[in-house]
Design a protein around this ligand. Structure first.
Ligand code: CA
Length: 228
């Protein structure tokens, strides 16, 4: 199922869009303010993002920038009540793919979403959205397959999720707390070493037989995946 993030502080609009998209077979997550939008957009993978421009905390431009800085080619459709030429240009400059002026017809939004997802599907092979390459490590996000040096590595579902999460934030130190929240979907500070245990499993499978280590620990701060 294709997953769409809707960032919109007008609850009525957000919920109507969510309902409409769900009726059309999409999985939808909604963020009702900019902070939550930024956090969801930087920690999860979506097939498309619908982004309101004027939001509390972080505006749509900032979120758009965050998504593009991660260099992910997710289609982004901006929503705004303004519709001025300047806003439109700024949205495109920051990497939005399209722009809809509120109030809009849901069918128009749906039609545009379909165009973008079809286009994204067409360049599946080139897209970093579907394949992540770090040195000789390759993660195929469609098939959920991992190879290193061309050799297939078999991972459990949780190991795969952890690796994919680190790979999506390539080179960035991720705290255990963030990993707990985003990969395990739980909140905890201390009291469990589940993440360390899984990092060890991953190291054995990903790094043990190679001189070039890709999984790194930043003492007291977290972990990152990257080619040193
Ligand atoms: Ca708004």
């Amino acid at each position: 199922m294709q997953k769409i993030l809707v960032v919109e502080d007008e609850v009525k609009v957000a919920n109507a869009v969510k309902k409409g998209l769900e009726e059309n077979g999409f999985e939808v997550e909604v963020a009702y303010d900019g902070r939550m939008g930024k956090s969801l957009a930087s920690g999860n993978s979506y097939d498309l993002v619908i982004l309101d421009l004027n939001l509390p905390h972080n505006n749509g431009y900032e979120i758009c920038e965050v998504i593009r800085q991660r260099n992910i080619r997710i289609p982004i459709i901006m929503l705004t009540a303004l519709g001025g030429m300047d806003d439109k240009m700024q949205a495109f400059e920051l990497g939005a793919d399209d722009y809809l002026v509120k109030p809009f017809d849901f069918r128009e939004l749906l039609a545009r979403i379909r165009v973008f997802l079809k286009r994204a599907g067409a360049d599946v092979q080139q897209s970093s959205l579907y394949k992540i390459v770090i040195a000789d490590l390759e993660i195929d996000r469609e098939k959920k397959e991992v190879t290193r040096g061309g050799k297939k590595i078999s991972l459990t579902a949780k190991e795969y999720q952890l690796l994919e999460f680190l790979a999506l934030h390539k080179g960035k130190v991720i705290s255990k707390l963030t990993i707990a929240e985003k990969v395990w979907d739980i909140d905890f500070d201390t009291g469990t070493n589940v993440i360390e245990v899984y990092m060890n499993f991953l190291r054995k499978k990903i790094d043990k037989d190679f001189d070039n280590k890709l999984l790194h620990t930043k003492t007291g701060m977290g972990y990152y995946l990257g080619d040193e």
